[in-house]
Design a protein around this ligand. Sequence first.
Ligand SMILES: NC(=O)c1ccc[n+]([C@@H]2O[C@H](COP(=O)([O-])OP(=O)(O)OC[C@H]3O[C@@H](n4cnc5c(N)ncnc54)[C@H](O)[C@@H]3O)[C@@H](O)[C@H]2O)c1
Length: 353
Amino acid sequence: MTELHLWLRHETRTTERRTPIVPSDARRLVRDGVTLTVEDSPQRVFPTGAYEEAGCRVVEAGSWVDAPADAVIVGLKELPDGPEQLRHRHVFFGHAYKAQPGAEALLRRFVAGGGALFDLEYLVDDNGRRLAAFGYWAGYVGAALAVLHHRGRLSAPLRPTSKEELDAELQPAPGEAEFASLVIGALGRSGRGARVALAEAGLDPTCWDLTETRDLDRQALLDHELMVNTVLTTGPSTPFLTDKDLDDPGRRLRTVCDVTCDVGSPYNVLPVYDTVTDWTDPVRRLHEEPALDLIAIDNLPSLLPKEASTDFSAALTPQLLEFGVAGAWGRDLDRYHEACRELDLTQGEFRDA
Ligand SMILES: NC(=O)c1ccc[n+]([C@@H]2O[C@H](COP(=O)([O-])OP(=O)(O)OC[C@H]3O[C@@H](n4cnc5c(N)ncnc54)[C@H](O)[C@@H]3O)[C@@H](O)[C@H]2O)c1
């Protein structure tokens, strides 16, 4: 069996403090015989020294471009614009299979270099369930921001924080009134996170999932003051809010956090806005009289980088130990080849294990 060489890269995006492999899991990988090279990265929430102590070799940020051909480059978000040819196997969120901007260009770079993309979004078990995901902390942070805004205590710009600090802010002030809150998609990963954050804030949310929205009780939905949407849609479904609901003078709903952030998708269940919000301006007023405010941030887990990384890494590490061309990784590689074929990019398939 070829020895596995993983190469943890520095993230290009300056606000990205998360990592897919935390130092304690790095230690486990090294102990189990993996060669783990780690790029120095000042923004990463874990110090480089902790990886060194775990037995990793430390190299300069961005040096993966010159890594040995058999190294598997592991990251989270986008690659830098160069090099033009990608000759390695890369594990990260490529966002390249749904005709996203830049998707074809990225796949072309892989095909040109003979490398391959193992997209983390498509690393699934036999039942199609994601094996490593950030959903829980997306829901947690999204619900927390919604509560803080609803209570008039959200200050911008947002900055990465810790769960302890966030939880301290979430505690209700003495005498602060409870209000009706709703989580839709409550049985999913993000939904669970949202429920736990709302409980931390002293609230007892109504929880809806597929059963409760099949025959949508619009009035009941609008009677909640705060709503967190965490559904994962893969087909058309009834929108939870329409422009008509925004105009409804009897609406009690004042704050919506759309964790799902499916803006522009035909399956969007909240077709009442067309642009996400961000860390600088996290809240947008969608309607006056009665007011309705929206939070729709598409990188929520990055606001709790340590917790999000720790959970993600715990789920990913056992998969990395199995890295190859069979099972979940095999399906993932098939998905990459399928995407290339759809674009007629058929050369340079990566066949090595
Ligand atoms: N904003 C962010 O930063 C961020 C981060 C991570 C994930 N997400 C997104 O959050 C969404 C949820 O992710 P997840 O990991 O929690 O997914 P998940 O599959 O674990 O859970 C989704 C839940 O939604 C439910 N659902 C689907 N359609 C529904 C409907 N019409 N009515 C009620 N419930 C419905 C499902 O039954 C499931 O329980 C995804 O779209 C994901 O891309 C956003």
